[in-house]
Design a protein around this ligand. Sequence first.
Ligand code: MRU
Length: 320
Amino acid sequence: MKTMEWKDNKLILIDQTKLPDDLTYFECKNYKDVILAIKTMVVRGAPAIGVAAAFGMVLGDIAGENLEKVAKEIKAARPTAINLFWAVDRVLSSDNILDEALEMYKEDIETNLAIGRYGAEVISDGDTILTHCNAGALACVDYGTALGVVRSAFNEGKDINVICDETRPLGQGARLSVWEMQQEGIPVKLIPDVAAGYLMQQNEINKVVIGADRVAHDGIANKIGSLMVALAAKRFHVPFYVAAPLSTFDREISIYDTEIEERGPEEVTHYGGCRICPKGTEVRNPAFDIVPKDLITGVITEKGIIDLDNFKEFFQKLKY
Ligand code: MRU
């Protein structure tokens, strides 16, 4: 299953807002359609947003638009995932925007397979792995980062179980990660977000593997709720891994300087179309949080597993 496809000068996206009940597609005929798809989370997840943005630039180019202006508009679609900025800048500085976007599409899959291979090494036979949000095939072009690790371990024949938390308010864990695991027959259970700590206390979770929207030398930014999972994992000595490609790394800033997206109140006041609080209730809805590096066991990349304490040395060694 590919989350997106470039066909007849159009970007075709799986409409993730309609999953798990309907597998439908959203056609982007121009770059504004791509911006709308990113803003409304038809396409979501850091690597997927990045590759979709690259094709948004292609659509702008085909229409003869001013590419600096298109780049600025696409970058304003969502603020937290660095892949969006990385992808737009990468195609902008290339000689052939379409070739570069197609290359990024291909690379994304290869990168996730490599993350999966490294990540499977830390997964043991018999593990029950908790994941948060959706860092699966749907969050990338294919295969996934955190769920790529799960897929690789499963394909190696390891006896594993997956626990997905719901990931309120938009339910990416319940709607998307559970669906992905079920498609491949990987044993999966859904839990309410609030149950993760209890299950760790009961020794029912042996590993946590999540994705990231940004990785810096002092921590990561990921879907809201990641911090609470990480705190519980530290308390109950459960290894906490982050799986992310190098395109998600930000080597310029402290993770605390990441802009955290604040989304609309209706995502919190309503559930499945029904209001769940008094009319007019004031809301805070930060979409991401920050997990400091002391709570992270390692970051699984396509070049190996990095301990954030050795951030500089890792890149020096890679000459990246
Ligand atoms: O708001 P979303 O659904 O785009 O948030 C996605 C996440 O937080 C993912 O965990 C992250 O982008 C990593 S995807 C491989």
